[in-house]
Design a protein around this ligand. Structure first.
Ligand SMILES: Cc1cc2nc3c(=O)[nH]c(=O)nc-3n(C[C@H](O)[C@H](O)[C@H](O)COP(=O)(O)OP(=O)(O)OC[C@H]3O[C@@H](n4cnc5c(N)ncnc54)[C@H](O)[C@@H]3O)c2cc1C
Length: 438
């Protein structure tokens, strides 16, 4: 309920701030002799500009804003709403072309600087969208893309502000000036917060890597202990951004789920599978190395959804947030019915299998089903893929009384979600974590 109210509050605030610039157009003194099309075009331009400004807030990882939705939902909204903002902004010049029945505004050498600002801002926005939508086709590494993305976002907003000041119609009154200055200050503050104040705070709250455990099959667990501070509390299943080898001012940080129990206050553990350059180097870290951790984030946690029991469906390294939930439930001494269906390619990819088997002593109603795609000859567990028929065999008698947590590769999530729905699991009871935010 608390998250529902918070969510409604932030959504309402988002709508109000997006539409606030309309007050500037419709409440303030209007330039004389302007037709409706011009005013509509200006109004749409302002709404689009406010939406672009708000994107900085959406991606700044403010925990209060993120908490009700989870970061992946916020980032999805950020992506979808940028297309809407782009179309709204595009309508601004389109209406002017239509009004003039001419494209003279595109004849840039004949145009004043304010039109140049507008054109360059729009081009920066196009660049922003193209590099984001086609990042993998353009073979842009994540870190390179992040630098490009941030630079183009600042350019889009800065050039658009240059355009507004150049046009000068809506900055005449004191209250209009105050509004624009406040919006400008807010955007700059967010940038300073992300790039300066937050990293400074991490510098004062470092962690030490005190243990690196080989879990087999190119998976390693890092234990990180807070140095000179208490660390942070988290809900089992949440994740954090990890910076290793670098200062907290570095652009390179990677998201990982906490795998340790949420009741463990001495340390955090992350279990990481080798995938690319960052994850492949993790086990080369010397013990005693410094880590910076930004968290917790995410809404993927049983703590949020009270239920008669829980069903966990993990694929491969997707076991990490689920392991945190199981360890936490064991620490609570939970006696509810828990079902874990853990699918992996081969036996060695069932990370934590021994510990999970041992957890049955502490979780009396834990049921575990292992599923292998490529099992050894003497395997007597399930094999193949998790599908509706398999779920039908193992799901509890009253599926609607349970909450369901899925984490694994994208194709698995899609298929398992469909299968759960086919087994009469209510859609609102299904919670998925995808290890890919971009
Ligand atoms: C919420 C969440 C929780 C995760 N938890 C775990 C976990 O517990 N254990 C685990 O092994 N993996 C986890 N991952 C995946 C992990 O973040 C990526 O495997 C890792 O960032 C890849 O980095 P790389 O440089 O080694 O590989 P690369 O080959 O450089 O990247 C592979 C892909 O990972 C994504 N990626 C790379 N860098 C970043 C970044 N800085 N931020 C976001 N995405 C990035 C991109 O889609 C990229 O295409 C999680 C991911 C998310 C989003």
């Amino acid at each position: 309920m608390k998250h529902l109210i918070q969510g409604a509050f932030w959504l309402g605030l988002y709508v109000i701030v997006s539409l606030l610039p309309l007050c500037v157009v419709f409440l303030g003194p209007r330039p004389p002799g302007r037709d409706f099309i011009t005013e509509l075009s200006v109004a749409l331009g302002f709404v689009g500009l406010a939406m672009i400004g708000l994107q900085f807030f959406l991606t700044a990882r403010f925990r209060h804003i993120e908490a009700p939705y989870g970061l992946d939902l916020i980032l999805r909204f950020h992506r979808e709403i940028s297309t809407a903002a782009f179309l709204i902004i595009l309508a601004h010049p389109a209406l002017l072309f239509w009004r003039d029945r001419s494209f003279e505004l595109l004849n840039l050498p004949q145009q004043p600087p304010r039109v140049w600002f507008a054109t360059l801002s729009l081009l920066a926005l196009v660049g922003l969208i193209v590099t984001s939508v086609w990042r993998t086709s353009l073979k842009l590494e994540y870190e390179t893309w992040r630098v490009i993305h941030g630079s183009l976002a600042i350019a889009t907003l800065g050039l658009a502000m240059g355009h507004v000041i150049g046009v000068g119609h809506y900055i005449a009154d004191l209250w209009q000036q105050i509004l624009w200055i406040l919006m400008g200050i807010a955007s700059v503050t967010v940038l300073l917060w992300i790039r300066v104040f937050k990293p400074l705070s991490f510098l004062r709250h470092p962690y030490e890597v005190t243990q690196i455990r080989d879990e087999g099959a190119d998976v390693y667990t890092l234990r990180c202990e807070p140095v000179g501070h208490e660390g942070f509390d988290f809900d089992a299943g949440q994740f954090a951004w990890l910076t290793l080898w670098d200062s907290p001012f570095s652009i390179e940080e990677h998201p990982f789920s906490m795998a340790s129990s949420a009741l463990e206050t001495e340390f955090l553990e992350f279990t990481i599978k080798e995938l690319g350059d960052f994850t492949a180097d993790v086990h080369h870290l010397p013990e005693g190395a410094t880590a910076y951790i930004d968290g917790p984030y995410g809404a993927f946690s049983f703590e949020r959804y009270p239920a008669a029991g829980y069903v966990f469906l993990a694929g491969g390294i997707g076991i990490t947030p689920i392991m945190s939930m199981l360890r936490t439930l064991a620490d609570y001494g939970d006696t509810r019915h828990l079902l874990l269906i853990f699918a992996a390619k081969q036996l060695e990819n069932l990370t934590f299998r021994e510990e999970i088997d041992a957890l049955h002593d502490r979780l009396p109603h834990l049921e575990t089903i292992y599923v292998l795609n490529d099992p050894p000859d003497d395997w007597d567990g399930e094999q193949g893929y998790v599908d509706a028929a398999m779920l039908d065999t193992y799901l509890p008698e009253y599926p609607a009384r349970y909450q369901y947590f899925l984490c694994g590769p994208y194709p698995m999530l899609i298929n398992v979600e469909k299968a759960l729905l086919a087994c009469d699991v209510p859609t609102t009871h299904i919670h998925a974590e995808l290890f890919n935010l971009v």
